[in-house]
Design a protein around this ligand. Structure first.
Ligand code: 9MJ
Length: 668
């Protein structure tokens, strides 16, 4: 059945409205309508598109996610090459650049526009008749990679431009930077650490890694943002200078970093640089300098370019957060998953206010690539406030006394064999009861977000393992007061307290228990997903690959990791023992009550209760609280500043309750 004209028009009108609301919500941070109202419109559009599939267009707001993964990225040629920027590092170099600009322009007046220089991934988005059609990375400047489907998942990217005075440009190639905010980066890495996944070294790598994902669903789950600051081709729109560009792009729906400044003199440029430098650490994103651009496009034409960099712009870099020091030794740490990580022990050195004495070398390939030897002078950097890293060695300063590092063939902690699984960069100790692995596993098991055993800290874990009192995780539940008191410096009272904490942890619940086991790739969130799906740990341990892969959010890699974990005989025994020792391995049975069979999800900040109180209210009435939104959820309760869950709920058409409505429902 083909769609009647009225339906076509109505669908288009719905899309236009939703685009406007998206823009106000995601770009301006000013929601125009209530979430419930938005939800209603979105669902109406989804229903109409389901009924009339021929009306679905790639720029419909319903089409942001859900496409299957690509094999690889296709090359995309930039019609106008994407230039790189020349750098300068001090006022003198900036003055030289300014003098050359003025000389080449024959002494005409020049104005500059200054913008923070974001450290992300440069991209170009092509809009044809206002519709986003192709998006690509900068690549080598001439040819980049087609990341259209990934860019679509970034909520700030309009799939269709807004008309200005009723018109959209025939063609607009908008250029900008995809980046990840520092806080989002920290959260992403924390989640990866808990899941035993490799960490991103800095927000730039995280942004680049997230955008260059073959599966757009992965990109969609990463908190990427974008700012636009330049154009490629533009037809059907006239923009004559950078100020016009930066004020026009937002009107079309393309976000622009508001922190730009028009400077009439070089002194103003320098002053703005100092201002940005002073606020550098307070900015939500990483900026590595300031870009100075000639405002007038006609003047840019005159200036032209040299060796792929425009003469009309320069990046005035911030001082590097780097220092040089010596590598005293390279040691190997054994993590919870058995991964061996080489770490450089450094002569302590100050890097932007902090003393650095250790820095990660990531893995053996990195050491070879950077050619770092024991005794070398090296450059170390603190990036994105994570673990410092060794950037490079300084071979010119070698004396001949330096030694090449050899990855040990035996685990430095247990002496067991070390293997490098095919396709992985990390070597691993395979011995499940390796004391180093055991210590890390215990720390994780007892940690606040896992079994939450207060008092079972770093030092005590070391002692328990070294004394032989704990040889496997389940031994925690076999500890007696005498054992603990015999350990040096453990008084009666502390021993008693610790035993109470250990006892209490038996009831931590299935999700925490699954997370606490430290199964590779299974972080807190996935543990909750699994706990919602299986009635007990035993049931989970019996699940096969095919069953696991059916669960939303469980991909092949995670399913395989779970199967591997539970197939291991030692792990199998561990689960048996935990159960025998009284650890609750069943999911909490919902009580009978008015909310029996109903599942709630909370998002955003509640005012009248904490999340924990809200959970207890729901459970007291027989309901359940889930962590993530899926089709099985009955209500999503929305507090202030809600997250992605709200959007997901809207997409799935799940009823949304305000806090007030929730309170009435639970009789509070
Ligand atoms: C960044 N990375 O923030 C430019 N950039 O302009 C800004 N990069 C640029 N402008 C022309 N703000 C080429 C690159």
């Amino acid at each position: 059945m083909s769609a009647p004209r009225e339906v076509r028009e109505w669908v288009e009108k719905l899309r236009e409205e939703i685009r406007r609301y998206d823009y106000y919500y995601y770009v301006l941070n000013q929601p125009l309508i209530s979430d419930a109202e938005y939800d209603r419109l979105f669902r109406e559009l989804q229903e109409l598109e389901a009924r009339y599939p021929e009306l679905v267009t790639p720029d419909s707001p319903t089409q942001r996610v859900g496409a299957p993964p690509a094999e690889e990225f296709a090359p995309v040629e930039h019609a106008i090459p994407m230039l790189s920027l020349q750098n300068c590092f001090n006022d003198e170099e900036l003055e030289e650049w300014d003098e050359r600009v003025r000389r080449l322009l024959g002494g005409e007046p020049v104005e500059y526009v200054c913008e923070p220089k974001l450290d992300g991934l440069s991209v170009e988005l092509v809009y044809v008749d206002g519709v986003f059609t192709v998006g690509s990375t900068r690549g080598d400047g001439r040819v980049g990679e087609d990341v259209t489907r990934n860019l679509r998942t970034i909520k700030q990217v309009p799939l269709r431009l807004f008309p200005i005075e009723g018109r959209v440009p025939r063609l607009l190639e908008a250029r900008g930077e995809v980046y990840m905010e520092k806080e989002a980066f920290r959260r992403l890495n924390a989640e990866r650490e808990r899941a035993g996944e490799p960490l991103f070294a800095n927000p730039r790598n995280a942004a680049a890694g997230s955008l260059r994902q073959l599966d757009p669903n992965v990109t969609a789950s990463r908190p990427l943002k974008i700012f636009f600051y330049a154009l490629g081709r533009a037809e059907g729109i006239e923009i004559r200078n950078q100020v016009e560009l930066l004020t026009t792009l937002p009107k079309l729906g393309l976000p622009v970093n508001p922190l730009w400044k028009l400077c009439k003199t070089l002194d103003e440029v320098k002053a703005f640089y100092r201002e940005l430098l002073a606020m550098r650490h307070a900015l939500p994103y990483e900026a590595d300098g300031m870009v100075v651009k000639v405002n007038d496009f006609a003047q840019r034409e005159v200036l032209g370019e040299v060796s792929r960099a425009p003469r009309w712009a320069i990046a005035y870099k911030f001082p590097a957060e780097e220092a040089t020091t010596r590598v005293l030794d390279i040691v190997v740490q054994v993590g919870r998953t058995g991964a061996l990580t080489p770490v450089a022990i450094l002569e302590p050195v100050e890097v932007s206010g902090a003393t650095v004495s250790r820095a990660t070398l990531h893995n053996e390939d990195e050491i070879r690539r950077k050619d770092i030897r024991i005794g070398d002078w090296v450059v170390v950097r603190r990036a994105g406030e994570v673990i410092p890293e060794v950037v490079k060695s300084i071979p010119e300063r070698r004396t001949g006394q330096e030694r090449e590092f050899q990855m040990p063939t035996r685990c430095p902690a247990c002496g067991g064999p070390v293997v490098r699984p095919p396709g992985e960069v990390a070597y691993r100790c395979e011995n499940l009861s390796c004391p180093a692995r055991l210590k890390e596993s215990l720390r994780h098991f007892a940690s606040r977000r896992a079994m939450d055993i207060e008092g079972l800290g770093e030092k005590l874990v070391d002692k328990l393992v070294e004394s032989g009192l704990v040889r496997k995780l389940s031994d925690i539940y076999r500890l007696t007061k005498e054992d603990l008191v015999r350990l040096e410096r453990m008084g009666e009272k502390s021993a008693q307290n610790l035993l109470e904490q250990i006892e209490r942890s038996k009831g931590a619940g299935l999700a925490r228990l699954i997370f606490a086991l430290g199964i590779r790739y299974v972080g807190e969130h996935l543990a909750e997903v699994l706990a919602e799906h299986f009635p007990s740990l035993e049931a989970l341990s019996r699940a096969g690959y095919d069953e696991l892969i059916q669960i939303p959010e469980i991909g092949p890699r995670i399913a395989q990791s779970l199967v591997n974990f539970f197939q291991n005989e030692e792990n199998h025994r561990l689960i048996q023992e935990l159960k025998e020792l009284g650890v609750r391995t069943e999911a909490e049975r919902p009580r009978a009550g008015p909310l029996s069979g109903k599942t709630f999800v909370f998002t955003g900040a509640l005012t009248a209760f904490t999340r924990e109180e809200a959970r207890r209210l729901v459970e007291a009435l027989g309901g359940r609280v889930a962590s993530g939104v899926s089709r099985k959820v009955d209500y999503v309760v929305v507090g202030a500043d809600p997250g992605e869950k709200l959007r997901k709920a809207q997409e799935l058409g799940i009823p949304i309750l305000t806090e007030e409505e929730f309170r009435r429902l639970v009789g509070r």
